[in-house]
Design a protein around this ligand. Structure first.
Ligand code: NAD
Length: 490
């Protein structure tokens, strides 16, 4: 396990010598320490990225050459798949099969953007002008130095979602992982070194939000900020970016609705509802954490949901058969338990779970929880738990379902289930969210756009949209007429 900062292709201690503990959330043991970067380290990392961008080979080489590096990163991740998945479990707590899925997805993300890097070669768009004396074309160029700040729920995958398209575009990167889960991001530095990525193209600084994240946002040498995290932090990132008009993309929180109509199959509905809220302990930005069930199916569905929720196997993510691990940290554990208590006080009925999981001497384990009749104005209906807590309400008709679903300051994702395809499409069109799932919840594909409406963010990651986040568009226009311009000189 690496414990230093990765700057200009070298492992470097933090300038002030600070260190941060890494805690296994299943045991509460300190398993490692990493360097705690401060503004001086961030400055060194941005300078390295700037030098690599301005003077290094990265942005000058062809997209096909950059694709070669990206594919080597993907292959190196796959070579270390099992080890990286285990590190992710130790750091984040998630069940091993989920971590294995994340690592495979991270490798796939580098391969996907390798293909797009190749397509950038010769991607010149000729523009038809209304004036035949000129010809014009549009070309795409990398923005420059990208600062990437990521959360703790999918540590390596969130790094891949930003680093892969940024590198494909020809940008250089300073990556700041969450202080809660720095381990696999640091291994990405190891991989960069092993495949001989040119120095300074990828720099990794571990540290807290205020000490390392904020200086990265404030640094004038950063041209683009790509942030995933909470709304309050996203707002700070945006304010910092505004000072010198940095480009930004923000992937923020959500309180996503799942609408189930009464023509749905109860078994299928319950399976997707469980997946939509308990996958990754509910620490998923797109978790469908508000369930809207039509009257005609409500009682049957809720009975089955409560039964299956009680059967979910809680345990250390490294144990076979675990479906729900611990939350990531003491802070997150305390926050979610306090929110469940307030939900009770504000009138919700706890139908399943509702507290600390029994039988664990240590670890941040919380029971998967179902809250019924959650009041519309309560915190439990309106705010993100970012934990394994589902808030349920009933509805009577389609118009009410859409109205309740859209009544949120967030707009990241939504799901709708119905046997009536026309109705599902109609509701999908009416939902104010960046991602809508029909008859499922959560499957995520590297090829498809990801991001939110309203306070859930700005811009889209993944797919071609993800690459566009790191590109500027340049117009090159040529005067081709043999005649003089004839404005000042007749
Ligand atoms: P957070 O906002 O607390 O932290 C995110 C990152 O920002 C961390 O690396 C943190 O160190 C850094 N940070 C904190 N303060 C900063 C500052 N002042 N300046 C710059 N950086 C700073 O969020 P979190 O608790 O790590 O993650 C949970 C949140 O992330 C949830 O709200 C969740 O919905 C959201 N999320 C969104 C997506 C998405 O794709 N939309 C994906 C995952 C998580």
């Amino acid at each position: 396990m690496r414990d230093q900062l990765f700057i200009a292709g070298q492992w470097t201690p933090a300038a002030r010598g600070g260190r941060l503990p890494v805690i296994d959330p299943a045991t509460e043991e300190v398993i490692h320490h990493v360097a705690a970067a401060t503004a001086e380290d961030v400055h060194a990392a941005v300078s390295a990225a700037h030098t690599a961008f301005e003077h290094g080979p990265w942005r000058r080489m062809s997209g096909a050459e950059r694709a070669g590096y990206l594919r080597r990163i993907a292959a190196a991740i796959r070579d270390r798949q099992d080890e990286l998945a285990r590190l992710e479990v130790l750091d984040n707590g998630k069940p091993l099969p989920e971590a294995a899925w994340d690592i495979a997805d991270a490798a796939g993300c580098f391969d996907f953007y390798a293909d797009l890097a190749e397509e950038l070669d010769g991607a010149v768009e000729t523009i038809a002008l209304s004036d035949a004396r000129f010809t014009s074309k549009a070309v795409r160029e990398p923005i420059g130095v990208a600062g990437a700040i990521i959360p703790w729920n999918y540590p390596l995958l969130m790094a891949a979602w930003k680093v892969a398209p940024a590198l494909a575009a020809g940008c250089t990167v300073v990556l700041k992982p969450s202080e809660l889960t720095p381990l696999t991001a640091l291994e990405l530095g190891d991989i960069a070194q092993s495949i001989e990525l040119p120095p300074g193209v990828l720099n990794i600084v571990t540290g807290t939000g205020p000490d390392a994240g904020q200086p990265l946002c404030d640094h004038p040498g950063v041209d683009k900020l790509a942030f995933t995290g909470s709304v309050p932090t996203g707002s700070k990132v945006m304010a910092a970016a505004a000072r010198d008009i940095k480009r930004i993309s923000l992937e923020l929180g959500g309180k996503s609705p799942f609408i189930v109509f009464d023509d749905s199959d109860v078994e299928k509905a319950v399976e997707w509802i469980l997946f939509g809220i308990f996958w990754n302990q509910g620490q998923v930005c797109s978790a469908t954490s508000r369930l809207l069930v039509q009257d005609g199916i409500h009682d049957r569905l809720v009975d089955r949901l409560v039964l299956e929720t009680g059967r979910i196997r809680i345990g250390n993510g490294l144990e076979d058969g675990t479906l729900l691990g611990p939350l990531v940290s003491k802070g997150q554990f305390d926050k979610v338990l306090a929110m469940i208590d307030r939900a009770r006080q504000q009138g919700a009925t706890v139908a399943a779970g509702g507290g600390r999981a029994e039988g664990f001497e240590a670890g941040y384990f919380i029971q998967p929880t179902v809250l019924l009749d959650t009041p519309l104005d309560s915190e439990a209906w309106r705010e993100e738990f970012f934990g394994p807590v589902l808030s349920v309400r009933r509805f009577s008709d389609e118009a009410e379902a859409v109205r309740l679903a859209n009544d949120s300051r967030f707009g990241l994702a939504a799901a709708v289930m119905s046997a009536d395809d026309a109705r599902a499409e109609r509701v999908a069109a009416a939902l104010r969210a960046g991602i809508v799932w029909i008859n499922c919840s959560q499957p995520t594909f590297t090829e498809a756009p990801w991001g939110g409406y309203k306070q859930s963010g700005i811009g889209r990651e993944l797919g071609r949209w993800g690459l566009a986040n790191y590109l500027e568009t340049k117009q090159i226009t040529r005067f081709v007429s043999d005649n003089p311009w004839g404005w000042y000189i007749k």
